[in-house]
Design a protein around this ligand. Sequence first.
Ligand SMILES: *Cc1c(COP(=O)(O)O)cnc(C)c1O
Length: 220
Amino acid sequence: MESAAHRLAQVESRILHACGIAGRPRRDVELIAVSKTHDAPEILPLLEAGQRVFGENRVQEAQGKWPQLRESFPDVALHLVGQLQSNKAEEAVALFDAIHSLDRPSLVKALAKAMDKAGRRVPLFVQVNIGAEEQKGGCAIAELPALLDQARAADLPLAGLMCVPPLDVEPAPFFALLDKLAGDHGLAGRSMGMSGDYETAIMLGATHVRVGTALFGDRG
Ligand SMILES: *Cc1c(COP(=O)(O)O)cnc(C)c1O
């Protein structure tokens, strides 16, 4: 089996290559190592190899492993990349440094309240249901302007838009659409691209790529 350090170096070199083709500086793209389902012994080698930005999709799972890892690596940044229930907003604001799944008005309210209470502002990405899929999280494209207005009215720190394109379809048109929507709404961040398509996403403007399998191997 390849080492975590080796996999990280491979992903890094592909990111660098994609940035080069797109004429973008490497620093414009944040690599989020999605460590969901993986435990501390699997995460440690990546920390030791220098990776500092990680993603989790469940508040509870993240609470179970990150406080302890952070004692040894206090400069870690944690991103929530999974659905967030309103009743977990306070815990999410306490633990995470960015949240990629703002997708409905009730969450605007819950996050505004949680941030006021904690005195802590956590950058937010609005998740867009970019392929108009019925079972998928994310705000409908038609509802995006209203949701952004609500978030701005609540003075939430908006970092950008996030999407997970439909499975088994060419993702590029969906990345291009998210890039356009972000531009139309004056948002700098584009959280898009996973293990199978992060290079494509970078060429289409991704500022945050969320990579799990390519760094950790398959999830059991
Ligand atoms: C699991 C997950 C990822 C990482 O997916 P890989 O294909 O393993 O790279 C990225 N984004 C979200 C929202 C996820 O849930």
